[in-house]
Design a protein around this ligand. Structure first.
Ligand SMILES: [Fe+2]
Length: 228
């Protein structure tokens, strides 16, 4: 937060790809809202839920209780146009579980939202990486049924990249022919198997908090990992 709020220049948006809070209580969301307030003062702030989030209090506190008529526990999907691109944020959480899934209604919405602006470059963002990253603990709770997502993405040539979180480490991969960029975390960096030995339970390093900067200019995407 200190790094972002003290930037001498500006960025078009700050995207947080989920796990806004830990246990999903309304009190935690009020705390998150207050912690994030300085970001909202300076930037467009884009959010999507993760496995630690809970849809009803997320909507109530972070989205001002905005009811789009689908009910408090429907997937929280949102698209925003910032900096000449469309960021399409999908809810990959499954209530009560740590693995993820893009529900059929979310995939339909994603398809429609991408179709609505075929000339605007799009980034598709959600919490759970849709492919194994080589982190056994994280991979066991990744996105289920990634092929359904790949089929939707294949219909839209203007998608630039897929942006995820969840892994607690910066990672770059390729999914459905697109760059897949996994933002690092701010605490508890996940360890690779050769960093932790035979016990595959979740073990972490205390590495500095980090974030990823994405530059999209003249059809080129360049991403930088910044430890702070
Ligand atoms: Fe997560």
């Amino acid at each position: 937060m200190t790094h972002l709020t003290a930037l001498p220049g500006t960025v078009d948006a700050v995207l947080i790809t989920g796990d806004i809070v830990d246990r999903g209580t309304a009190g935690e969301y009020r705390q998150a809202r207050d912690v994030l307030a300085p970001l909202y003062e300076r930037y467009e702030v884009l959010l999507c839920p993760g496995n630690h989030d809970s849809r009803a209090p997320y909507r109530e506190v972070l989205l001002g209780g905005g009811d789009d008529g689908r009910g408090a526990t429907a997937p929280v999907n949102e698209a925003r146009d910032v900096g000449g691109v469309r960021v399409v944020m999908c809810d990959s959480s499954i209530p009560g579980r740590h693995d993820g899934l893009l529900a059929q209604e979310t995939l339909n919405w994603l398809d429609d939202t991408l179709s609505a602006a075929p000339d605007r470059p799009a980034f598709v963002a959600f919490h759970h990486p849709p492919l194994p990253l080589g982190l056994p603990y994280v991979d066991a709770i990744g996105l289920r049924e990634p092929d359904a997502l790949a089929k939707v993405l294949a219909r839209h040539a203007h998608v630039v990249a897929v942006l995820c979180g969840h892994a607690h480490t910066a990672a770059a991969a390729s999914f459905a022919g697109l760059p897949l960029l996994c933002a690092p975390g701010i605490v508890s960096t996940s360890l690779l198997p050769w960093e932790q030995g035979p016990d595959t339970s979740w073990k972490t390093h205390d590495t500095p908090p980090a974030l990823m900067y994405h530059l999209y200019e003249e059809g080129r995407l360049t991403s930088h990992v910044r430890a702070v």
